[in-house]
Design a protein around this ligand. Structure first.
Ligand code: BEZ
Length: 222
């Protein structure tokens, strides 16, 4: 079954978008990227999501993450829908969306990337795209994917939170615990020995005592 797994390089697909034709890799350049798909233009949940994504665009920029949306309608529809989205945000209708939307009206990308939701169909019985989130690193490899059904809108605060974790753990030998937020303590990864951890974290780390006596729950401050 087509689809894309963690660690895979996303294909350098060519697509028509609201900013013209793009090649995905050139669009990303050396930045991180987020590709988020939508079931259809002019649908209510999607409109709230795209509006929230537009409001948060400076947060994505701060993290050097290029945003791009996808929906299975035409560029013309996307442009008209963009006006509704900006109006939903009470922005001037003439301001463009701060990210492009891919026109996947033939569902070619949706099939290639495994984005179709078999439970949601249009009036002709054709499957709609699910709410996929693909986060891609500067190496164009998939770092995170989340798949929501059409009937459940995403949480963009959570998306920013996972980007913070992905970017941190990409360069430091740490992992982020449950419900972690930036600024909180992180965990030393299990593959580091005590000696290695002492060298790597000269400010130290604390180890939680557990009944097994194993010293694997280690917290450190960054
Ligand atoms: C929506 O975006 O509101 C939506 C789209 C397809 C199915 C259900 C809801």
């Amino acid at each position: 079954m087509p689809g894309i797994l963690l660690g895979d390089v996303l294909p350098n697909f060519e697509a028509d978008t609201t900013i013209g034709k793009i090649h995905f890799h050139e669009f990303l350049g050396n930045s991180w990227g987020i590709l988020f798909s939508h079931p259809r233009d002019f649908t209510p949940v999607c409109t709230t999501e795209l509006a929230r994504a537009a409001k948060l665009s400076d947060e994505f920029k701060k993290r050097d993450v290029k945003m791009i949306a996808l929906s299975i309608d035409s560029v013309e529809d996307h442009r008209k829908w963009s006006e509704d989205i900006m109006a939903f945000n009470q922005e001037k209708t003439c301001s463009p969306l701060p990210y492009p939307i891919i026109a996947d009206d033939k569902r070619e990308l949706a099939v290639l990337l495994g984005m179709l939701d078999p439970d949601e169909r249009d009036k002709d019985g054709m499957p709609l795209t699910a709410r996929c989130v693909f986060i891609v690193g500067p190496d164009k490899r998939l770092k995170l994917s989340v798949l929501y059904p059409a009937t459940t809108g995403r949480n963009f605060d959570e998306i920013l939170r996972v980007i913070d974790s992905l970017q941190l753990t990409a360069t430091k030998k740490v992992a982020t615990p449950v419900d972690w937020k930036p600024g909180q303590e992180v965990m030393v990864i299990p593959s580091l020995s005590e000696e290695e951890a002492k060298k790597l974290f000269p400010a130290g780390f604390t180890t939680k005592d557990v009944p097994s006596g194993k010293k694997y729950i280690r917290y450190t401050k960054l």
